[in-house]
Write a protein that binds this ligand. Sequence first.
Ligand code: COA
Length: 221
Amino acid sequence: MFEVVILTVMSELTQNEFDTLLPLISLEKQERIRKFHFFQDARNCLLGDVLARVEICRATGLSNKHLEFSVNSYGKPFLADSSHVYFNISHAGHYITCVIADESVGIDIELIKPVNLIIAERFFTPDETEYVMAGDYTFRFYEVWTKKESRIKWEGKGLHKTLPSFSVFEPNEQITYYEAFHNDEAICHVCSKKQIAPSVRVSDVTTFIRSIVFSYEQNLD
Ligand SMILES: CC(C)(COP(=O)(O)OP(=O)(O)OC[C@H]1O[C@@H](n2cnc3c(N)ncnc32)[C@H](O)[C@@H]1OP(=O)(O)O)[C@@H](O)C(=O)NCCC(=O)NCCS
């Protein structure tokens, strides 16, 4: 099991859709979502959680009401009652993504925007900076950035592992970076010990919500 799903929000969630999805997640997370200042942050946080739940239910056959998410001391969510399913979530702009696997995983998606290369010099190692400067530097910046973030998220210790403390070009027999997605707007990398690339599905949020409502009526209660 090694699957990535990428949701794109092409038309904004209606209040009705938002209200339909909200009860699918924990009361604690609902509380957190209600406190967001910006709707986009609330929407992305909600969709990330629901997406993870849907994918875990699909992969395990478990019912959503039996899924309990917990977080480690650095905030990385995990499935509390199963050591065999791992997931990670990332969101940026109108993209929400989730990876699930049978071992630890990290994922990062970023919008490709103009970059300030001072950030590369500050957060990247010299070999990473050299790589960024040597080609299409906007794309390469986000390529390196999403690899680094996915590695940090794989490890799950947040920024206790600092970005300049490792290079994505260091040979590492344990982990591999997989490009899950890229287009003109965004790029996404996954970090894992898995030796085969993940399967990747891209879906728009309207289709996703339709399938949820259907599943909810069936068994996602
Ligand atoms: C929190 C962090 C793990 C990722 O943050 P991010 O890139 O802003 O956000 P993403 O959308 O990729 O990921 C958010 C999700 O990661 C998950 N997450 C949270 N803490 C995590 C951790 N320690 N490890 C792995 N995943 C984590 C959660 O599911 C979270 O989703 P939620 O907020 O909807 O619950 C962390 O690496 C971070 O703070 N990064 C910011 C880097 C930074 O500040 N760099 C400074 C340069 S300007």
